[in-house]
Design a protein around this ligand. Structure first.
Ligand SMILES: [Zn+2]
Length: 247
């Protein structure tokens, strides 16, 4: 069947366009890919370390500074990993509208989905797709990293679309992940040894920030004591290699 595009001036006169399916609202909320296939965004062990919205960390002094541009809201979901450089894959089909270094997002891949929402994959260590490419769910987009304003190795997964008035509208990306839930785990941070009460730092790219206040400390450790598990990384996780993620 020939498809005619509203915006395409070459549509021959006298030919009627095929009827649009569903109401305007239904079309707007249509699933992100025609195949309705949905994938977890990381191949390998990973955990949700921060949700969408005004999370504990988003409300802390460091979070407020990092999320100032978003009105103090964490505009996506974070996944920490148990390994470095794990492969990031597309959760849904889409077209690559961003691929490369992009300010605070670091190495950033953004896919436009059939439902009009973009899927963001941020802070990657490597990008393996090209601008304009059409990809399907499960296509490798790059590898998990710690680039841009990231404080630790993790994937930031977000949904956004352009507002008519300019700027971006964000929403909770968990809508994609309802069928492929990811377990939630407490975050970790680095501790610098050498003093009686060790200073705790988090990392923004190459910048080091001392944990600035009790709220951030409470977010990291829920107010409990912490243990050093490996290579200066502290975690409440009882076993296994350290999971690294803060935001
Ligand atoms: Zn994030």
């Amino acid at each position: 069947m020939v498809e005619y595009d509203d915006k395409q001036p070459g549509t021959p006169p006298g030919l009627t366009r095929p009827p649009r399916r569903g109401t305007r609202r239904e079309r707007r909320t249509r699933f992100c890919s025609a195949t309705r296939k949905i994938m977890k965004p990381i191949i390998g062990d990973h955990y949700q370390t921060q949700g969408y919205g005004r999370t504990e960390f988003a409300r802390s002094a460091l979070g407020l500074r990092l999320y100032r541009a978003f009105g103090g809201v964490h505009p996506g979901v974070d996944f920490g990993t148990r390994g470095v450089n794990l492969e990031i894959v597309a959760t849904c089909d889409g077209t690559v509208v961003r691929a490369g270094i992009d300010g605070g997002w670091g190495n950033h891949v953004e896919l436009k989905g059939a439902d009009g929402w973009n899927r963001q994959y941020a802070h990657l260590s490597a990008v393996s797709v090209k601008l304009g490419a059409k990809v399907v769910a499960g296509t490798v987009l790059g590898r998990v990293g710690n680039t841009g304003s990231s404080t630790a190795t993790h994937l930031h997964y977000g949904h956004r679309r352009r507002k008519l008035t300019g700027g971006w509208e964000y929403r909770d990306p968990s809508v994609d992940l309802a069928e492929v839930p990811v377990p939630v785990a407490p975050p970790t941070a680095r501790v610098i040894k050498g003093s009686k009460s060790p200073d705790i730092y988090v990392w923004t790219g190459r910048m080091r920030h001392r944990v600035p206040d009790w709220e951030t400390y409470a977010f990291l450790f829920r107010g409990e004591s912490f243990e050093e598990v490996d290579d200066g990384v502290i975690s409440k996780l009882p076993e296994g290699p350290p999971m690294v993620s803060l935001r």
